[in-house]
Design a protein around this ligand. Sequence first.
Ligand code: HEC
Ligand code: HEC
Ligand code: HEC
Length: 104
Amino acid sequence: MKKIWFFSMVLCLAAAPVSFAAVGGGDLTFKAKDAKPVFFSHIKHVEGKKYKCSACHYSVFQMAKDSYKMDMSKITKGQFCGTCHNGERSFAVSDKASCAICHK
Ligand code: HEC
Ligand code: HEC
Ligand code: HEC
């Protein structure tokens, strides 16, 4: 019993700094079929671009990783990242020059 209590204390202490350091959901990586992985940074969107959480949650994304099956055709049609990465609010996903901004 004592041992379990000790280990849960250690876990809490180890987890605390991480949850304080991360902005929103932190840095996320999405594996993509036949393309390099996609990186999404909460800090760059929330602090860099001054988006409120509600700009994406829950209108565009749930607050859980992999809650949707994203793919490039849906994104190009304006869903998910394509809500903003459409050449108006931000760089367009269909622009060949922008593939490597997300796929690294
Ligand atoms: C520009 C869009 C955007 C903004 C703004 C944003 N998020 Fe997210 N968030 C995402 C995406 C994309 C995901 C992943 C969704 C998925 O995979 O289905 C996510 C996931 C999360 C997750 C889950 C992470 C995980 O590992 O499961 C949390 C927690 C989260 N966001 C919190 C926040 C909070 C808090 C804010 C405001 C401070 C915020 N987000 C602002 C896009 C955004
Ligand atoms: C705004 C970020 C972003 C840009 C820009 C972008 N992609 Fe993607 N791409 C994604 C995301 C997110 C996924 C889905 C990953 C997953 O499966 O969860 C994806 C998936 C893919 C996939 C996997 C198969 C599929 O159809 O979903 C391919 C291939 C791909 N992208 C190619 C490209 C090419 C080529 C470009 C440039 C013309 C591009 N992407 C630009 C974010 C982006
Ligand atoms: C609510 C609007 C919005 C959504 C949704 C959104 N973005 Fe962005 N994102 C932006 C804006 C605005 C910028 C700033 C780009 C610029 O200055 O042209 C940006 C910048 C970026 C950058 C460049 C950051 C850097 O400076 O390195 C990447 C990569 C990126 N977004 C990926 C994604 C991916 C992947 C998704 C989907 C999972 C996504 N974004 C969803 C608005 C959004």
